[in-house]
Design a protein. Sequence first.
Length: 264
Amino acid sequence: MNILISNDDGIAANGIRTLTEELSKKHNVYVIAPDRERSAAGHSLTLHTPLRVEELDGGKNGAKRTWVTTGTPGDCVKIGINAILSEAEQPDFVISGINHGPNLGADILYSGTVSCAMEGAMLGVPSLALSLATMNADYEDFKFTAKFAGSLLDKLQTFKFPPKSILNINVPKLDAEDIAGVAITELGRKMFTDAYEKRVDPRGKVYYWMAGELINEPDDAPTDIAAVRNNKISITPVTYEMTRTETMDDLDKLLCGSGSCDWY
C-alpha cells in the first residue's frame, strides 16, 4: 500500500522517524512534514504567505520520498495529495504521528496531529491519528507504537471507513507485555482544567502561563482517557461532521412553525 505520513512535531521528530522506518518494511511510504514543531496548530492552513516545499535527497528513514514544508500539518496533507504526489503515489492511508504526547478527550479540537488526519479524511482517504500518551519519550519508546500501527493497518484493510471520519489512537508508554489490550472508546472530557497563572517578568510586565490540572474520570468510563489510564490502547472513531441533526427539527418548529420563516 501507499502510506502518506505527516505530523505536527516536525520532520526531525523521533515519532515520525520511527513510524516511517517500521511501515517502510512492508509499504510504500511518503513523508511530508513541517520544518518545525506545530503542536496545537489545530486545523489551520497557510493562506497569506508562500508555502515552500523542499524534497530531501533520497528517501529518509526508509521512505520512498520525503518532503519538508514551511506549512502546517493540514497543509502537508492537502498539498501532498493535491499537488506533490503523482497519481501512482496517491495514498491508500494517511497516518499522522507518532505524536509525542496524548491526544485525548475534547483536547483533540486543538490538536495538529488529529487535524492532519482530518485533512486526509476530508480528501476521501482513510486516515489515522496516532499518539504516544506521554510527554517523556526517547526514540526507542516509539517502537512499540510503530509496530502496533503496522499490525493495525493489516486489520483495517477490509474495514470500510465511514465518510468524514478518522480513527484517533492513543498508546500508553508501556512495554508490550504491560499493555492491557485494545479498547474502542468515545472521547472523554477535557484532559486539563482551564487555569492560568498570573506572573510578572523581571521587567515588571504581567504575563500569563497556562497551568491547568489533570481532570480525572472514573476508571470504568467508556472513554479514551479512562482506557489509557487503565493501560489500554484507545481507538476512537471521530468525525468532523458537526451538524447536530437532532436539533434541526426543534429549531425549525420554533423559528418557522407558523409556516413562515421571514418573521425578522
